[in-house]
Write a protein that binds this ligand. Structure first.
Ligand code: F6R
Length: 242
């Protein structure tokens, strides 16, 4: 595991965008695993800037997102499909047919999960998986639990995650309580994992993920078993580590 410490969120975003750019330049047909949330917004902004300068080409890139709220249609401005269009896809030359996100409106859980797992398999796996980390150590929406969920599944979000996500909604009652997420096996099969974290609220989770015991109660701790993990985090998020 390589840990890159940055001064702040902006520097974290630039460094993370550098790693993603290198992947795109070295392998223009890469499969990128993408995340939503506040952590990657700056990274996506930086990638858009370099794309506008002519330094990046997404025309052969395929992307697979980690998760989507269950029950939100893709045109709802809180859906992750909307987030990805707004924060990245609409601003670069990625082909929309090459972007994949779980279908939050599919009520048949088994059908949606096997459809999504089949997509990941058909792509030959993920070259670079971008991850944020929840305050409780979740990755994707793999919440703390007694076992690691392997592939795409539907989860009940924890109270902690619902509270953390409430900032994006007008009323807490509007925050979805379930989500589709890829599983720990899907994530761990990525060739390279890039975990980004910013702010003091992430310090405990990051510490547990990097130094704590490997346990499904801190899902990100499984990353200690992966050979190619880069953590890019700012001083505040790393305050308990270095
Ligand atoms: C989002 C995702 C989540 C977030 C995590 C951190 O696609 O999978 O695991 O990465 O909740 O969220 P932020 O970045 O908003 O602190």
């Amino acid at each position: 595991m390589r840990i890159y410490k940055t001064k702040n969120y902006d520097e974290m975003s630039r460094k993370a965008a550098n790693i993603i750019s290198a992947q795109i330049i070295l392998k223009p047909e890469s499969v990128l695993g993408l995340a939503t949330g506040s952590s990657p917004i700056g990274t996506y902004k930086q990638l858009i800037e370099w794309y506008n300068k002519g330094d990046l080409d997404f025309s052969q890139i395929r992307s697979i997102n980690l998760d989507e709220y269950k029950g939100l249609p893709a045109d709802n401005d809180q859906s992750y499909a909307y987030f990805m269009r707004h924060n990245l896809f609409d601003h670069v030359n990625i082909k929309s047919v090459n972007t994949f996100i779980p279908n939050g409106m599919e009520a048949d859980v088994e059908k949606e999960c096997s459809r999504y797992n089949a997509i990941i398999r058909s792509m030959g796996g993920i070259d670079l998986q971008l991850l944020g980390i929840g305050n409780n150590g979740h990755i994707g929406f793999n919440e703390p639990s007694d076992s690691f969920a392997k592939e795409t599944h539907c989860v009940d979000l924890t109270e902690n995650t619902i509270q953390a996500n409430a900032r994006f909604f007008s009323f807490i009652e509007e925050v979805p309580t379930q989500a589709y997420t890829t599983g720990i096996k899907n994530i761990m099969q990525a060739r390279h994992i890039l975990l980004i974290a910013s702010g003091e609220a992430k310090a405990d989770a990051l510490y547990e993920a990097v130094y704590g015991p490997i346990t499904p109660h801190v899902p990100a701790s499984i990353l200690q078993l992966h050979d190619e993990v880069s953590v890019v985090a700012d001083e505040a998020a790393l305050s308990r580590i270095i």
